[in-house]
Design a protein around this ligand. Sequence first.
Ligand code: MN
Length: 501
Amino acid sequence: MIDLKQYEVWFVTGSQHLYGPKTLEQVAAHSQEIAQALSASALIPVKVVFKPVLTTPEAIHTLCLEANAAANCVGLITWMHTFSPAKMWIAGLTALQKPFAHLHTQYNAEIPWAEIDMNFMNLNQAAHGDREFGFIGSRLRLNRKVIVGHWQDAEVQASLGTWARAACAWYDLQGAKVARFGDNMREVAVTEGDKVEAQRRMGYAVYGYGVGDLVKVVQQVSDAEIDQLVGAYYDEYEVAPELRPGGTEVKSLREAARIEVGMRHFLKDGNFKAFTTTFEDLYGLAQLPGLAVQRLMADGYGFGAEGDWKTSALVHAMKVMAAGLKGGVSFMEDYTYHFSPAGDKVLGAHMLEVCPSIASGKSRLEIHPLSIGGKADPARLVFDTLTGPAVNASIMDMGNRFRMVVNEVEVVPTDAPLPKLPVARALWIPQPNLKVAAAAWILAGGAHHTGFSQAVTAAHLQDFADMADMELLLIGKGTDLAEFKKEIRWNDVYYLIARGL
Ligand code: MN
């Protein structure tokens, strides 16, 4: 579903005519070489396309308009090999609607001590040329990423790769459609929000459907489609005895398959990238979709439970950022705590809907009662989660802006097996510790629903938030609660002034 190879970033070098054609030819040749190297780098998931060196305000403006209109161009990498007087960039950068990363690099790495002369100095002057370009970005108050270092440096390429992944997610989200089956869950507050503002700020639209609209499609699913999908379940998972052929619960598994096929048809036909359900409203659906949701998430769909369209869109965006990386992305909920002198931990899970892309091994296909809601027993995949660093991210509507909160966590093995827990789960230690992290999260108004990932990092999310011009509060190793409270207060003032009415 998600292929980042289709996307490109344009490598744009600024200069001017002052230096004469010979120097400009060298600038172009160097830029071409750098663009090719970045394009070939395994750390950068997209094509990096060289664009002719820009030397006039007209050429810059035209290039920016072309970038706005170009399909699959997710952003620009800008670099001033020489000096490019930045008044030339005002019109272009003002018109530019795609994100850009300012690569503050230099063609040569080290100073050629014995050879260096004034010609060399005049060609290799990004050290001050890029500062002139930086000024106009700041003067125009443009949110962009600045990456410093030699272009062959793996850290620089990784940083560009992170930014490119965020840019792909941002591009993908523009015009994206989220299907919302049923409405919000009872009186839950954090899952609500301004969908008009979300569409304006983040680019995606939420389409509401009665559950009956989905039920109609589910009822049309053929037995042959169900047979085929149940066969795939048997191939892919460790299956509980009662769900195996001839078992007592096969009928229920076939119902789960019917729901999955129906949902796939619905989402594909409507060109949706994400969806929500709510267990309050299952009108005509025999079960709460569990297995279907887990498998659709594994295929790249965003998901939010209980009508949570913001988390659903975020989970999909994180899946785009994570495409091709080790570790998965899932909808998640902080479920219950382990308070212990040996270290406080969080057990994350949901009623059913955790994505198997984060699993540490083969998933088990099981069936259990739902225990709340009074609906039929649904099938679900049960697994533990890959250990190691991960993030939880959440987006809230604060009334005058959207806020993203990110917590860096460490997924750890469970202290003991959990033989009676019938859902997929992840156990983690939040950074810097549970006491500070949870207090900060709560003060920030962070939701109980999150996008969880072992592949996406705080850096991806920071780049993404910058592209959206969105507030981001990071809770990590260095978080100090007193400073964090001040940051929240200062941000309240900043966003009020920066955005005005
Ligand atoms: Mn929930």
